[in-house]
Design a protein around this ligand. Structure first.
Ligand code: ASP
Length: 467
Protein backbone atom coordinates (compact mmCIF):
# COMPACT_ATOMS: atom_id res chain seq x y z
CA UNK A 1 0.00 0.00 0.00
CA UNK A 2 1.29 3.42 -0.98
CA UNK A 3 0.46 6.76 0.57
CA UNK A 4 0.48 9.59 -1.99
CA UNK A 5 0.50 13.23 -0.98
CA UNK A 6 -0.29 15.95 -3.50
CA UNK A 7 1.02 19.45 -2.81
CA UNK A 8 -0.64 22.81 -3.45
CA UNK A 9 0.29 23.26 -7.12
CA UNK A 10 -0.75 19.64 -7.88
CA UNK A 11 -4.29 20.40 -6.73
CA UNK A 12 -4.49 24.10 -7.65
CA UNK A 13 -7.12 23.74 -10.38
CA UNK A 14 -9.51 21.27 -11.96
CA UNK A 15 -6.99 20.64 -14.69
CA UNK A 16 -4.31 19.70 -12.16
CA UNK A 17 -6.70 17.53 -10.15
CA UNK A 18 -7.48 15.56 -13.32
CA UNK A 19 -3.78 14.68 -13.53
CA UNK A 20 -3.98 13.55 -9.90
CA UNK A 21 -6.93 11.34 -10.90
CA UNK A 22 -4.82 9.77 -13.68
CA UNK A 23 -1.96 9.11 -11.27
CA UNK A 24 -4.24 7.41 -8.74
CA UNK A 25 -6.01 5.44 -11.47
CA UNK A 26 -2.73 4.13 -12.83
CA UNK A 27 -1.53 2.37 -9.68
CA UNK A 28 -3.98 0.48 -7.48
CA UNK A 29 -1.53 0.48 -4.60
CA UNK A 30 -2.11 4.21 -4.19
CA UNK A 31 -4.82 3.71 -1.60
CA UNK A 32 -4.35 6.66 0.74
CA UNK A 33 -4.28 10.13 -0.72
CA UNK A 34 -3.36 13.24 1.27
CA UNK A 35 -4.14 16.59 -0.31
CA UNK A 36 -3.08 20.19 0.22
CA UNK A 37 -5.25 23.24 -0.27
CA UNK A 38 -5.34 24.66 -3.82
CA UNK A 39 -1.99 26.42 -4.28
CA UNK A 40 -0.77 28.84 -6.91
CA UNK A 41 -1.89 28.33 -10.53
CA UNK A 42 0.65 30.88 -11.80
CA UNK A 43 3.45 32.73 -10.02
CA UNK A 44 1.48 35.85 -9.04
CA UNK A 45 -1.54 33.80 -7.86
CA UNK A 46 -2.54 33.58 -4.17
CA UNK A 47 -2.66 30.27 -2.30
CA UNK A 48 -6.08 29.40 -0.87
CA UNK A 49 -4.49 29.14 2.58
CA UNK A 50 -3.42 32.78 2.24
CA UNK A 51 -6.94 33.76 1.12
CA UNK A 52 -8.26 32.04 4.25
CA UNK A 53 -5.72 33.82 6.44
CA UNK A 54 -6.82 37.13 4.89
CA UNK A 55 -10.43 36.22 5.68
CA UNK A 56 -9.49 35.42 9.27
CA UNK A 57 -7.69 38.77 9.61
CA UNK A 58 -10.88 40.60 8.61
CA UNK A 59 -12.99 38.56 11.03
CA UNK A 60 -10.52 39.11 13.89
CA UNK A 61 -10.55 42.86 13.25
CA UNK A 62 -14.37 42.80 13.13
CA UNK A 63 -14.23 44.26 9.63
CA UNK A 64 -16.67 43.38 6.84
CA UNK A 65 -15.47 40.10 5.39
CA UNK A 66 -17.92 39.20 2.61
CA UNK A 67 -15.43 39.97 -0.13
CA UNK A 68 -12.65 37.92 1.48
CA UNK A 69 -15.05 35.00 1.94
CA UNK A 70 -16.17 35.27 -1.65
CA UNK A 71 -12.57 35.03 -2.94
CA UNK A 72 -12.21 31.66 -1.20
CA UNK A 73 -15.52 30.39 -2.52
CA UNK A 74 -14.68 31.48 -6.07
CA UNK A 75 -11.53 29.33 -6.05
CA UNK A 76 -13.55 26.25 -5.13
CA UNK A 77 -16.40 27.13 -7.48
CA UNK A 78 -13.97 27.17 -10.38
CA UNK A 79 -12.48 23.82 -9.37
CA UNK A 80 -15.90 22.20 -8.83
CA UNK A 81 -17.13 23.44 -12.23
CA UNK A 82 -14.05 22.16 -14.01
CA UNK A 83 -14.34 18.73 -12.34
CA UNK A 84 -18.08 18.46 -13.00
CA UNK A 85 -18.91 18.36 -9.25
CA UNK A 86 -22.37 19.66 -8.33
CA UNK A 87 -23.01 23.06 -6.79
CA UNK A 88 -24.23 21.46 -3.55
CA UNK A 89 -20.59 21.28 -2.40
CA UNK A 90 -20.14 25.01 -2.88
CA UNK A 91 -23.36 25.81 -1.03
CA UNK A 92 -22.16 23.68 1.90
CA UNK A 93 -18.68 25.29 1.91
CA UNK A 94 -20.20 28.80 1.96
CA UNK A 95 -22.42 27.91 4.89
CA UNK A 96 -19.55 26.37 6.85
CA UNK A 97 -17.25 29.33 6.28
CA UNK A 98 -20.01 31.77 7.21
CA UNK A 99 -20.76 29.83 10.42
CA UNK A 100 -17.07 29.86 11.42
CA UNK A 101 -16.81 33.59 10.82
CA UNK A 102 -19.90 34.22 12.96
CA UNK A 103 -18.97 31.86 15.80
CA UNK A 104 -18.47 33.87 19.01
CA UNK A 105 -17.76 30.85 21.19
CA UNK A 106 -14.43 30.03 19.67
CA UNK A 107 -11.09 31.60 20.66
CA UNK A 108 -9.31 33.69 18.04
CA UNK A 109 -6.42 31.23 17.66
CA UNK A 110 -8.69 28.25 17.21
CA UNK A 111 -10.86 30.08 14.69
CA UNK A 112 -7.73 30.96 12.73
CA UNK A 113 -6.84 27.26 12.55
CA UNK A 114 -10.39 26.20 11.65
CA UNK A 115 -10.44 28.70 8.77
CA UNK A 116 -6.94 27.79 7.58
CA UNK A 117 -7.89 24.09 7.50
CA UNK A 118 -10.85 24.72 5.18
CA UNK A 119 -8.50 24.89 2.19
CA UNK A 120 -7.41 21.28 2.63
CA UNK A 121 -10.78 20.08 3.86
CA UNK A 122 -12.92 21.45 1.02
CA UNK A 123 -10.38 20.32 -1.55
CA UNK A 124 -10.33 16.76 -0.17
CA UNK A 125 -14.11 16.61 -0.34
CA UNK A 126 -14.17 17.80 -3.97
CA UNK A 127 -11.36 15.44 -4.96
CA UNK A 128 -13.10 12.43 -3.38
CA UNK A 129 -16.32 13.33 -5.25
CA UNK A 130 -14.41 13.72 -8.51
CA UNK A 131 -12.61 10.37 -8.11
CA UNK A 132 -15.98 8.69 -7.65
CA UNK A 133 -17.24 10.26 -10.90
CA UNK A 134 -14.24 8.73 -12.58
CA UNK A 135 -15.16 5.32 -11.28
CA UNK A 136 -12.62 5.14 -8.47
CA UNK A 137 -14.26 3.96 -5.26
CA UNK A 138 -13.06 6.88 -3.13
CA UNK A 139 -14.02 8.19 0.27
CA UNK A 140 -13.23 11.43 2.09
CA UNK A 141 -11.96 10.74 5.62
CA UNK A 142 -11.70 13.56 8.14
CA UNK A 143 -8.45 13.54 10.18
CA UNK A 144 -10.57 13.15 13.34
CA UNK A 145 -12.04 9.89 12.03
CA UNK A 146 -8.61 8.79 10.87
CA UNK A 147 -7.39 9.30 14.46
CA UNK A 148 -4.89 12.13 13.95
CA UNK A 149 -4.39 13.43 17.49
CA UNK A 150 -2.23 16.56 17.79
CA UNK A 151 -0.96 18.75 20.61
CA UNK A 152 -3.15 21.76 21.36
CA UNK A 153 -0.72 24.26 19.85
CA UNK A 154 -2.62 26.19 17.18
CA UNK A 155 -0.54 26.79 14.07
CA UNK A 156 2.33 24.77 15.47
CA UNK A 157 0.84 21.43 16.49
CA UNK A 158 2.82 18.21 16.90
CA UNK A 159 1.62 14.66 16.59
CA UNK A 160 0.66 12.75 19.76
CA UNK A 161 2.09 9.21 19.93
CA UNK A 162 -1.27 7.38 20.09
CA UNK A 163 -2.03 8.59 16.54
CA UNK A 164 0.12 5.88 14.97
CA UNK A 165 -1.92 3.05 16.51
CA UNK A 166 -5.19 4.76 15.50
CA UNK A 167 -4.12 5.11 11.88
CA UNK A 168 -3.65 1.34 11.45
CA UNK A 169 -7.38 0.90 10.87
CA UNK A 170 -7.09 2.81 7.60
CA UNK A 171 -5.42 -0.28 6.20
CA UNK A 172 -8.69 -2.18 6.35
CA UNK A 173 -10.76 0.29 4.34
CA UNK A 174 -11.83 -0.95 0.95
CA UNK A 175 -11.98 2.53 -0.53
CA UNK A 176 -9.30 4.78 -1.85
CA UNK A 177 -9.16 7.18 1.05
CA UNK A 178 -8.77 10.96 0.57
CA UNK A 179 -7.58 12.77 3.70
CA UNK A 180 -7.01 16.52 3.95
CA UNK A 181 -3.48 17.37 5.08
CA UNK A 182 -2.26 20.13 7.41
CA UNK A 183 -4.55 19.58 10.40
CA UNK A 184 -5.80 17.23 13.08
CA UNK A 185 -7.57 17.47 16.43
CA UNK A 186 -6.32 17.96 19.96
CA UNK A 187 -7.38 15.72 22.86
CA UNK A 188 -9.79 18.42 23.95
CA UNK A 189 -11.41 18.29 20.50
CA UNK A 190 -10.03 21.47 18.94
CA UNK A 191 -9.01 21.54 15.33
CA UNK A 192 -5.31 22.45 15.18
CA UNK A 193 -2.92 22.93 12.26
CA UNK A 194 0.72 22.10 11.72
CA UNK A 195 3.09 24.92 10.74
CA UNK A 196 2.77 26.19 7.14
CA UNK A 197 3.54 23.56 4.54
CA UNK A 198 2.34 20.97 7.06
CA UNK A 199 0.53 18.65 4.65
CA UNK A 200 3.91 17.00 4.11
CA UNK A 201 3.91 16.20 7.83
CA UNK A 202 0.38 14.75 7.65
CA UNK A 203 1.48 12.55 4.76
CA UNK A 204 4.56 11.26 6.57
CA UNK A 205 2.59 10.53 9.76
CA UNK A 206 -0.11 8.66 7.87
CA UNK A 207 2.46 6.70 5.84
CA UNK A 208 4.13 5.70 9.11
CA UNK A 209 0.81 4.81 10.79
CA UNK A 210 -0.37 2.49 8.01
CA UNK A 211 3.14 1.10 7.47
CA UNK A 212 3.04 2.04 3.79
CA UNK A 213 5.51 0.42 1.42
CA UNK A 214 6.22 3.87 -0.03
CA UNK A 215 5.33 7.48 0.74
CA UNK A 216 5.02 9.37 -2.56
CA UNK A 217 5.21 13.11 -2.35
CA UNK A 218 3.89 14.69 -5.55
CA UNK A 219 4.99 18.24 -6.20
CA UNK A 220 5.85 20.47 -9.18
CA UNK A 221 9.52 19.65 -9.67
CA UNK A 222 11.04 16.55 -11.27
CA UNK A 223 13.33 15.83 -8.35
CA UNK A 224 15.53 17.33 -5.70
CA UNK A 225 18.51 19.00 -7.35
CA UNK A 226 22.13 18.99 -6.26
CA UNK A 227 22.05 22.80 -5.98
CA UNK A 228 19.50 25.58 -6.19
CA UNK A 229 18.46 25.89 -9.90
CA UNK A 230 18.18 29.66 -9.40
CA UNK A 231 21.90 29.80 -8.66
CA UNK A 232 23.38 26.97 -10.73
CA UNK A 233 22.34 26.42 -14.33
CA UNK A 234 20.61 23.02 -14.73
CA UNK A 235 21.99 21.30 -11.66
CA UNK A 236 22.10 17.51 -11.50
CA UNK A 237 19.02 15.63 -10.35
CA UNK A 238 19.51 13.65 -7.16
CA UNK A 239 18.24 10.10 -7.79
CA UNK A 240 18.70 8.76 -4.29
CA UNK A 241 19.57 10.34 -0.99
CA UNK A 242 19.29 9.53 2.70
CA UNK A 243 16.93 11.07 5.25
CA UNK A 244 19.88 12.65 7.02
CA UNK A 245 21.05 14.29 3.81
CA UNK A 246 17.56 15.57 3.07
CA UNK A 247 17.23 17.01 6.56
CA UNK A 248 20.53 18.87 6.28
CA UNK A 249 19.74 20.14 2.81
CA UNK A 250 16.23 21.30 3.65
CA UNK A 251 17.48 22.98 6.81
CA UNK A 252 19.88 25.02 4.72
CA UNK A 253 17.51 26.33 2.12
CA UNK A 254 16.22 23.43 0.00
CA UNK A 255 12.55 24.18 0.01
CA UNK A 256 11.15 20.98 -1.51
CA UNK A 257 10.35 19.63 1.92
CA UNK A 258 9.30 21.04 5.21
CA UNK A 259 12.34 20.73 7.46
CA UNK A 260 10.96 18.17 9.89
CA UNK A 261 8.32 16.69 7.63
CA UNK A 262 10.10 13.43 7.01
CA UNK A 263 10.74 12.46 10.62
CA UNK A 264 7.71 10.18 11.07
CA UNK A 265 8.49 8.31 7.83
CA UNK A 266 12.13 8.14 8.84
CA UNK A 267 11.38 6.61 12.25
CA UNK A 268 9.10 4.03 10.64
CA UNK A 269 11.71 3.21 7.97
CA UNK A 270 9.39 4.08 5.06
CA UNK A 271 11.05 5.16 1.82
CA UNK A 272 9.87 8.44 0.34
CA UNK A 273 9.75 9.28 -3.34
CA UNK A 274 9.41 12.84 -4.57
CA UNK A 275 7.66 13.01 -7.92
CA UNK A 276 6.28 15.58 -10.31
CA UNK A 277 2.51 15.60 -10.90
CA UNK A 278 3.21 17.23 -14.29
CA UNK A 279 5.68 14.52 -15.26
CA UNK A 280 4.69 11.37 -13.36
CA UNK A 281 6.77 9.15 -15.67
CA UNK A 282 9.94 10.76 -14.32
CA UNK A 283 11.89 8.79 -11.75
CA UNK A 284 11.95 11.53 -9.09
CA UNK A 285 14.13 11.35 -6.00
CA UNK A 286 14.07 8.42 -3.62
CA UNK A 287 14.83 9.12 0.04
CA UNK A 288 15.99 6.13 2.04
CA UNK A 289 17.69 5.29 5.33
CA UNK A 290 20.94 4.09 3.75
CA UNK A 291 22.56 4.48 0.36
CA UNK A 292 25.76 3.48 -1.31
CA UNK A 293 27.83 6.65 -1.07
CA UNK A 294 31.11 5.53 -2.56
CA UNK A 295 30.38 6.61 -6.12
CA UNK A 296 28.60 9.82 -5.10
CA UNK A 297 29.90 10.89 -1.70
CA UNK A 298 28.15 14.29 -1.98
CA UNK A 299 24.42 14.68 -2.50
CA UNK A 300 24.09 18.41 -2.80
CA UNK A 301 25.09 21.92 -1.86
CA UNK A 302 22.66 24.15 -0.01
CA UNK A 303 22.91 27.67 1.28
CA UNK A 304 20.87 30.03 3.36
CA UNK A 305 21.27 33.66 4.32
CA UNK A 306 20.25 35.67 7.37
CA UNK A 307 22.75 34.54 10.00
CA UNK A 308 24.81 36.47 12.53
CA UNK A 309 27.80 35.38 14.58
CA UNK A 310 28.74 36.37 18.12
CA UNK A 311 32.48 35.95 18.41
CA UNK A 312 33.99 35.87 21.90
CA UNK A 313 37.68 35.63 22.74
CA UNK A 314 39.30 35.17 26.16
CA UNK A 315 42.81 34.02 26.95
CA UNK A 316 42.74 30.59 28.66
CA UNK A 317 39.07 30.05 27.86
CA UNK A 318 39.89 26.35 27.48
CA UNK A 319 40.79 26.12 31.19
CA UNK A 320 37.80 28.02 32.54
CA UNK A 321 35.26 25.48 33.78
CA UNK A 322 31.68 26.48 32.92
CA UNK A 323 32.53 29.23 30.44
CA UNK A 324 30.46 27.77 27.60
CA UNK A 325 27.49 27.14 29.87
CA UNK A 326 27.51 30.70 31.23
CA UNK A 327 27.78 32.12 27.71
CA UNK A 328 24.88 30.04 26.44
CA UNK A 329 22.88 30.93 29.56
CA UNK A 330 23.10 34.59 28.55
CA UNK A 331 21.57 33.66 25.20
CA UNK A 332 18.90 31.54 26.87
CA UNK A 333 17.92 34.42 29.13
CA UNK A 334 17.26 36.46 25.99
CA UNK A 335 15.34 33.56 24.43
CA UNK A 336 17.80 33.22 21.58
CA UNK A 337 18.33 29.85 19.94
CA UNK A 338 21.57 29.08 18.17
CA UNK A 339 22.48 27.00 15.12
CA UNK A 340 26.21 26.22 15.46
CA UNK A 341 28.95 26.81 18.01
CA UNK A 342 32.42 26.36 16.50
CA UNK A 343 35.15 26.88 19.10
CA UNK A 344 38.92 27.12 19.56
CA UNK A 345 41.31 27.28 22.55
CA UNK A 346 40.65 30.89 23.40
CA UNK A 347 37.72 31.61 21.10
CA UNK A 348 34.14 30.63 20.53
CA UNK A 349 31.60 31.75 17.92
CA UNK A 350 27.88 31.35 18.20
CA UNK A 351 25.96 31.35 14.94
CA UNK A 352 22.32 32.26 15.13
CA UNK A 353 19.48 33.43 12.91
CA UNK A 354 19.89 37.16 12.53
CA UNK A 355 16.20 38.05 12.70
CA UNK A 356 16.05 37.06 16.39
CA UNK A 357 18.85 39.42 17.34
CA UNK A 358 17.13 42.78 17.78
CA UNK A 359 19.22 45.89 18.54
CA UNK A 360 18.06 45.81 22.21
CA UNK A 361 18.95 42.14 22.63
CA UNK A 362 22.29 42.71 20.97
CA UNK A 363 23.13 45.52 23.39
CA UNK A 364 22.03 43.51 26.44
CA UNK A 365 24.01 40.40 25.54
CA UNK A 366 27.13 42.42 24.67
CA UNK A 367 26.98 44.09 28.10
CA UNK A 368 26.34 40.84 29.95
CA UNK A 369 29.09 38.91 28.18
CA UNK A 370 31.51 41.73 28.90
CA UNK A 371 30.66 42.19 32.57
CA UNK A 372 29.78 38.62 33.61
CA UNK A 373 32.43 36.72 31.64
CA UNK A 374 35.15 39.39 31.47
CA UNK A 375 36.17 38.49 27.96
CA UNK A 376 39.05 40.04 25.99
CA UNK A 377 37.00 40.67 22.92
CA UNK A 378 33.46 40.36 21.66
CA UNK A 379 32.33 41.03 18.14
CA UNK A 380 28.95 40.61 16.45
CA UNK A 381 28.84 40.16 12.72
CA UNK A 382 25.66 40.25 10.70
CA UNK A 383 24.89 39.47 7.05
CA UNK A 384 26.37 35.98 7.04
CA UNK A 385 25.34 33.08 4.85
CA UNK A 386 25.91 29.42 5.57
CA UNK A 387 26.82 26.96 2.88
CA UNK A 388 26.43 23.27 3.54
CA UNK A 389 28.05 20.56 1.48
CA UNK A 390 25.97 17.54 2.26
CA UNK A 391 26.66 13.87 1.67
CA UNK A 392 26.95 10.63 3.59
CA UNK A 393 30.42 10.22 2.07
CA UNK A 394 31.54 13.65 3.29
CA UNK A 395 33.51 12.52 6.31
CA UNK A 396 34.38 9.11 4.89
CA UNK A 397 36.16 10.20 1.74
CA UNK A 398 39.60 11.77 1.55
CA UNK A 399 39.87 15.01 -0.40
CA UNK A 400 36.39 16.38 0.16
CA UNK A 401 37.52 19.49 2.03
CA UNK A 402 40.38 20.07 -0.42
CA UNK A 403 37.83 20.44 -3.19
CA UNK A 404 35.76 22.86 -1.15
CA UNK A 405 38.63 25.12 -0.19
CA UNK A 406 39.88 25.12 -3.80
CA UNK A 407 36.43 26.27 -4.92
CA UNK A 408 36.38 29.13 -2.42
CA UNK A 409 39.84 30.23 -3.54
CA UNK A 410 38.87 30.11 -7.23
CA UNK A 411 35.72 32.13 -6.53
CA UNK A 412 37.81 34.55 -4.42
CA UNK A 413 35.47 34.13 -1.49
CA UNK A 414 36.80 34.48 2.01
CA UNK A 415 35.77 31.70 4.39
CA UNK A 416 34.66 33.30 7.66
CA UNK A 417 34.13 30.01 9.41
CA UNK A 418 34.33 26.24 8.92
CA UNK A 419 32.51 23.61 10.93
CA UNK A 420 33.06 19.95 10.35
CA UNK A 421 32.94 17.08 12.73
CA UNK A 422 29.74 17.55 14.69
CA UNK A 423 27.63 16.49 11.74
CA UNK A 424 28.60 13.26 10.06
CA UNK A 425 27.05 14.23 6.77
CA UNK A 426 27.92 17.84 6.19
CA UNK A 427 30.65 20.39 6.01
CA UNK A 428 29.55 23.89 6.83
CA UNK A 429 31.10 27.17 5.71
CA UNK A 430 30.18 30.67 6.81
CA UNK A 431 30.69 33.42 4.21
CA UNK A 432 29.47 36.98 3.68
CA UNK A 433 25.96 36.90 2.18
CA UNK A 434 27.10 38.91 -0.87
CA UNK A 435 29.53 36.12 -1.82
CA UNK A 436 27.19 33.18 -1.49
CA UNK A 437 26.07 32.65 -5.13
CA UNK A 438 29.62 32.89 -6.41
CA UNK A 439 30.78 30.37 -3.85
CA UNK A 440 27.94 27.91 -4.55
CA UNK A 441 28.63 28.02 -8.31
CA UNK A 442 32.32 27.29 -7.75
CA UNK A 443 31.56 24.50 -5.27
CA UNK A 444 29.09 22.93 -7.68
CA UNK A 445 31.71 22.90 -10.40
CA UNK A 446 34.21 21.31 -8.05
CA UNK A 447 31.94 18.45 -6.95
CA UNK A 448 29.66 17.95 -9.94
CA UNK A 449 31.16 19.85 -12.88
CA UNK A 450 33.11 18.50 -15.84
CA UNK A 451 36.38 20.25 -15.04
CA UNK A 452 37.05 20.48 -11.33
CA UNK A 453 40.28 22.22 -10.31
CA UNK A 454 41.04 19.41 -7.86
CA UNK A 455 40.56 16.27 -9.89
CA UNK A 456 38.51 13.43 -8.36
CA UNK A 457 41.08 10.95 -9.61
CA UNK A 458 43.83 12.62 -7.59
CA UNK A 459 42.20 12.93 -4.22
CA UNK A 460 38.93 11.07 -3.70
CA UNK A 461 39.44 7.84 -1.86
CA UNK A 462 37.41 6.08 0.84
CA UNK A 463 38.95 6.62 4.28
CA UNK A 464 39.37 2.90 5.02
CA UNK A 465 41.53 2.42 1.95
CA UNK A 466 43.98 5.12 2.95
CA UNK A 467 46.24 3.07 5.18
N1 ASP B 1 -1.93 24.73 2.71
C1 ASP B 1 -0.95 24.83 3.75
C2 ASP B 1 0.05 25.92 3.44
O1 ASP B 1 -0.05 26.60 2.42
C3 ASP B 1 -0.32 23.52 4.05
C4 ASP B 1 0.33 22.81 2.88
O2 ASP B 1 0.03 23.10 1.73
O3 ASP B 1 1.15 21.92 3.12
O4 ASP B 1 0.95 26.13 4.19
Amino acid sequence: MKVAKFGGTSVASGEQIKKVGDIIHEDHERKIIIVSAPGKRFSSDTKTTDLLIALDTQVAAKNPYTEALQSVIERFQEIAASLGCGNEHIVAFSKELQALCEDDNISDVHRTDCLKACGEDFNARLIAAYLNHRGINAKYVNPRDAGLVLSDEPGNARVEPETFAHLKKLRDLEHTVVIPGFFGYSKSGHLVTFPRGGSDISGAIIAAGVQASLYENFTDVDSVYAANPNVVDQPKKIKEMTYKEMRELSYAGFSVFHDEALMPAFHAGIPVRIKNTNNPEGEGTLIVAKRDYETTPISGIASDEGFASIYVSKYLMNREVGFGRKLLQILEDEELSYEHVPSGIDDISIILREEQLTAEKEKRIMDKIQTELRVDMIKIERGLALIMIVGEGMTKTIGMAAKATAAFAIAKVNIEMINQGSSEVSLMFGVKAKDVSRAVKALYNEYFGENPAVSDAVVLEPVEASH
